[in-house]
Design a protein around this ligand. Structure first.
Ligand code: ZN
Length: 594
């Protein structure tokens, strides 16, 4: 059976006459839009007609570009050396970037429309795109003049971007000296980090000790990069008029500060239960003073749970069907219509993803299916993204971009469905393995993410007064880990250097790239709690919620399912789902391991 995906719904090949014609069409359209913007923004005549025309232009351009760019990207993801794929991938990006100046001009013009609300109310097309237009106006508030924007963009190439390159070079070429079998070897950092999953306790500890002491060689350089990037972010935030980097992130996420506040509060309340789990794991591994940091990923029970692709498909469809026919029918369609590229092969990139193709109302899912339960769960995760995309098909292409905190909702939700189902069918040892994987993942997303949030807040706070030394940064990290993990971890074995290789701290354009993960996980769990309360009516509400993720603020999106993200109780109900798993884990481990 052919387990490759079909791309002919887009184009037959890069030589396809349709592909060539679409490239030509894209060139013409970009040229047309540029000229039109230049002509239209000189005065304020016919504002409504101009706004309508602009929306039509952007819809056409976005759809055409999506089709072309997706074809290149998908081709490359299963054949990374594809020559024409690589060529067009770069060419398309370059073509689109030529519109930046004109777009900036148009955004300013839209923001200066005096009676925007009246105009929107007067036109069905504008009404449909009201959120899109208002987002342009909202973002404009923080834009500087054309000249300043130009200077910032250029200086960032030699500022934060250059520092990221430098830091990545340091990390990529970093070698850790480690003694293996009586011989001292130099190993790449990634290999040493992977040893945290080793089944041998001594190996895990050795890897940690070697890793920590290895940073002496590069710590000053990495600290310089962190100081430079965080410093640049602070300067730009101030110039643009944001209250703080956190304020900027929240605005970009369409999220209220109140929401973040109550979510963090509920997370903090839940720490005792995570610490209980960590201490249990410590005990199982023979530690008395809490878990050493290097044992966080230690495997406790090794249990293979084989699942062929056929069996995996059937399992996913069956359990999706218990949720709703719409979800199960969608999954079946994706499987039958060859939307999934299943098996690992040469030239194919690692991991898994789902890519929506709004312009043809389909999606494609890439897997590297390896015949295990974890592969079934990944398939459910990606199909969850696909279903999200399916729910957005009726929307305009300008209304489908959802912010990061909502990006993993549908996928985590589907994962939860399949995990809960697999727990029901598992024997006790298998159940313990499934639970351990799930809970250790949740511990990262709730407890570790909390420590990263405190760390980043503190770094920004102190960086305002000048650069921080390696020692200071290490101490901020240790304090943050202590605050989050408490007695769950052995205070003697924390990880002061977690800021070195975690790339999230070095994204100048996406600060606090931590709490959205917690938000995503807890929102999905909270939705699952709602589902358990009302199995008949929830699935339809869920679909409606997914359909508006690209055209409302987060608080308004979740209102579709009757959820108030500004209430601590909502987050408590999400954490309660994890608590049930932890209780079951402790119960089972007492039974099996004693
Ligand atoms: Zn995902």
């Amino acid at each position: 059976m052919d387990l490759s995906w079909s791309l002919k719904e887009l184009y037959d090949s890069f030589e396809d006459i349709q592909f060539k014609e679409d490239i030509k069409k894209l060139d013409e359209l970009i040229k047309k839009i540029k000229t039109w913007i230049d002509d239209s923004t000189v005065n304020r005549d016919n504002e409504k007609e101009k706004l309508e025309k602009y929306i039509k232009f952007v819809v056409e351009l976005t759809g055409l570009h999506e089709k072309l760019a997706t074809f290149s990207m998908l081709t490359l993801s299963v054949d990374s050396k594809h020559e024409l794929g690589n060529k067009f991938d770069a060419v398309l990006e370059q073509k689109m970037s030529t519109l930046a100046g004109a777009e900036a001009k148009m955004s300013l013009w839209i923001s200066e429309t005096k009676e925007l609300d009246t105009l929107i109310n007067d036109s069905d097309l504008l009404k449909e795109h009201a959120f899109y237009l208002k987002e342009i106006v909202r973002e404009q508030k923080y834009k500087l003049g054309e000249k300043e924007e130009d200077i910032i963009a250029r200086m960032q190439n030699t500022g934060s971007s250059a520092w990221v390159t430098y830091k990545n070079l340091l990390i990529a070429s970093h070698k850790v000296e480690i003694e293996i079998g009586g011989e001292v070897k130099e190993m790449p950092l990634t290999e040493v980090l992977n040893m945290a999953y080793d089944k041998d306790k001594e190996v895990r500890k050795k890897a940690y000790t070697a890793e920590i002491s290895s940073y002496k060689k590069i710590e000053e350089g990495i600290a310089a990069a962190l100081n430079a990037i965080k410093g640049e972010v602070l300067t730009i935030c101030e110039m643009r008029g944001y209250d703080s980097p956190l304020d900027m992130t929240l605005q970009n996420s369409r999220m209220d500060s109140k929401t973040l506040e109550v979510m963090l509060e509920a997370m903090k309340e839940s720490f005792p239960m995570f610490r209980k789990y960590l201490r249990k794991k410590a005990e199982m591994l023979g530690y008395k003073k809490g878990l050493p940091f290097y044992e966080l990923y230690a495997p406790i029970v090794k249990k293979e749970m084989p699942f062929s692709y056929e069996a995996g498909k059937a399992f996913v469809e069956k359990n999706f069907r218990a949720f709703s026919d719409d979800l199960a029918d969608f999954a079946r369609m994706a499987m039958d219509k060859h939307w999934i590229d299943v098996a690992p092969k040469e030239g194919k990139v690692g991991g898994a993803f789902c890519c929506g193709i709004h312009s043809i109302g389909e999606c494609r899912i890439m897997l590297n299916y390896g015949n295990n339960l974890s592969d079934v769960i990944t398939m459910a995760h990606e199909l969850g993204h696909g279903f999200h995309n399916e729910c957005l098909i009726g929307e305009s292409i300008l209304n489908i971009n959802y912010p990061m905190p909502l990006a993993e909702t549908a996928s985590t939700f589907c994962e939860t469905i399949v995990k809960k189902a697999s727990l029901k069918e598992a024997d006790e040892e298998e159940a313990l393995a499934i639970l351990e994987e799930e809970i250790s993942g949740c511990t990262q997303v709730i407890v570790d993410i909390y420590s990263r949030f405190i760390f980043e807040s503190e770094v920004f706070k102190l960086r305002k007064d000048g650069p921080l030394s390696v020692n200071e940064i290490n101490n901020i990290m240790l304090k943050a880990q202590q605050e989050a993990y408490g007695e769950g971890l052995d205070a003697e074995y924390l990880h002061p250097y977690m800021w070195t290789w975690k790339s999230h701290y070095y994204y100048a354009d996406a600060n606090f790239y931590n709490f959205p993960y917690a938000f995503g996980l807890l929102l999905a769990k909270g939705l699952y709690a709602q589902y358990e309360k009302d199995k008949d009516n929830f699935p339809k509400k869920y679909e409606k919620l997914l359909a508006v993720t690209g055209k409302k603020s987060i608080a308004d999106v979740v209102k579709e399912a009757g959820i108030d993200v500004n209430s601590t109780d909502f987050w408590r109900s999400s954490l309660r789902i994890i608590e049930e798993d932890i209780e079951r884990f402790i119960e089972l481990s007492d039974k099996i391991c004693h």
